[in-house]
Design a binder for this molecule. Sequence first.
Ligand code: ADP
Ligand code: MG
Length: 210
Amino acid sequence: MSDTLSVAWALAWIRGAQAVLAENRETLNDLDRAIGDGDHGENMDRGMKAVVGKLADGAEDVQGVLKVVASTLMSVVGGAAGPLYGTAFLRAAKATEGDVDADGAVAIVAGALEGIVARGKATTGEKTMVDSWSPALDAAKAVAESGGTAAEAFRAAAEAASKGSDDTIPLRASKGRASYLGERSMGHRDPGSLSTTLILKAAADAAEAA
Ligand code: ADP
Ligand code: MG
């Protein structure tokens, strides 16, 4: 395992994310069917397949990979998730220079969260993907501050995102489509918090294999 993550890691991350989102397409659709319109799995699957197609010839650096993810998701995925993830990856790209160490991992997660909040105006506790990205950032920061590696920072982020996703289940949605259901949104996992968890797990898996 190397301490800094290069463009090869970024490509492996995004290809891994595409594979795991494809595998979870129906799960994500089912979650979105319960509190939304049932298309979150389809949106992410279509978007990430397009991304991987665009990355077929590789990219110059980590920033280049993240930029392709951003622009492709923005143009290919409709609904809430396209612009939200598109802005997330755009800010993550802007926060990245060269290879990624633990502070770079924190910068990527921080950029993503910033982009999502700038776009969607949600805070934690509103039953959105912010409930996974926000604890993920805290966990990554803690690892970086205690001298951990980028891989450890992404692993901690993924675990915190997963816990944050579990914690969306009892919440009442107050942003996005699920908010139309009011109290009936309670008792269901937010689909975007699961796609976020899968994306961060893919980052950690690729980092551990790098
Ligand atoms: P749509 O809601 O347009 O059908 P998707 O189903 O693809 O789009 O995405 C739904 C997910 O988007 C939700 O599960 C939630 O995590 C996320 N989301 C929706 N609105 C917001 C928002 N304002 N801020 C952050 N995340 C949001
Ligand atoms: Mg939907």
